[in-house]
Write a protein that binds this ligand. Structure first.
Ligand SMILES: O=C(O)c1ccccc1NCC(=O)[C@H](O)[C@H](O)COP(=O)(O)O
Length: 262
């Protein structure tokens, strides 16, 4: 019987010595999230992932009295390939319940953004309907990150592995990720640093992986989308600019620009 990707992954976890090379062999070629993103990309449109957060340390209230489910549905109807939901409670006002309700209501995969560093949190994410989970290089050692990447794939979710520095990228060099995010801001400073798309410009050119590269945070206009893509990103994740727009759907369309096909 042909061995499936999941069992290859389990083997990779056991054999620590050759962990990197086994991950190379076992990694699934694509997950539901990047499949949707690549599809949009192939259609010639720069994929934009709307990020839903009730509030942020920098901006305060963002969602206001709006229903997060209706907000998510409107953006999916507008063409969002996937939806991102921040579930962290204290600083962003999120919850797993909000994720769960959105995941149930929309037809596209949902990404959970939170400080995830245990398998239990992965399982909670899956139970709440997440198709993807954020795994941040800035909050754990590389070995733990690789373990969680394996576990996420093993559970059937596609991890969005997030870096903010070249050093964090270098530590992941041997791991061929399907979904890699560059956070333009240092999230450990709660979005109040002055990080911008220059971070993507500095890092994206060094990425060797063939995975989908996402530029995240601090993107608010078409020029910044183009800068991210020119630097090597395939798509962008945008929260504040869409949430604060008088017409979020219109802003989503405005940012979803055509890319130059090569
Ligand atoms: O991105 C993270 O690392 C993160 C982890 C845990 C909680 C929140 C986190 N980030 C917040 C965001 O995801 C931002 O909302 C997102 O990058 C959008 O940024 P912006 O467009 O500047 O609102």
């Amino acid at each position: 019987m042909k061995e499936d990707n999941n069992s290859k992954f389990k083997k990779a976890e056991i054999n620590k010595k050759s962990m990197y090379s086994n991950i190379l062999e076992g990694i699934p070629l694509s997950g539901a999230c990047t499949k949707a993103l690549w599809k949009r990309y192939q259609e010639g449109i720069i994929p934009v992932i709307p990020d839903i957060k009730r509030k942020s340390p920098k901006e305060g209230e963002l969602l206001g009295v709006r229903d997060p489910i209706n907000y998510a549905k409107a953006l999916v109807d507008a063409g969002a390939p996937i939806i991102s939901v921040v579930t962290e409670k204290e600083h962003y006002g999120g919850s797993l319940e909000m994720l769960s309700m959105i995941a149930e209501a929309v037809s596209v995969p949902v990404l959970r953004k939170d400080f995830i560093n245990t398998r239990e949190q992965l399982v909670d994410s899956l139970r709440s309907g997440a198709g993807s989970v954020l795994l941040m290089a800035s909050i754990m050692e590389t070995e733990q990150l690789l373990k969680l990447i394996t576990q996420a794939y093993d559970l059937g979710m596609e991890p969005l592995v997030e870096i903010h520095t070249k050093k964090q990228l270098d530590a992941l060099k041997a791991c061929p990720l399907t979904f890699l995010g560059i956070n333009n801001r240092n999230i450990l400073e709660w979005e109040i640093d002055d990080g911008n798309v220059e971070t993507t410009k500095r890092i994206a050119g060094n990425i060797k992986s063939k995975g989908f590269v996402l530029s995240e945070s601090s993107i608010s206009n078409t020029e910044e989308v183009l800068t991210a893509v020119k630097a090597g990103a395939h798509g962008v994740l945008v929260g504040t600019a869409i949430l604060k727009a008088a017409d979020p759907v219109e802003m989503f369309h405005k940012l979803s620009i055509q890319r130059q096909k090569t």
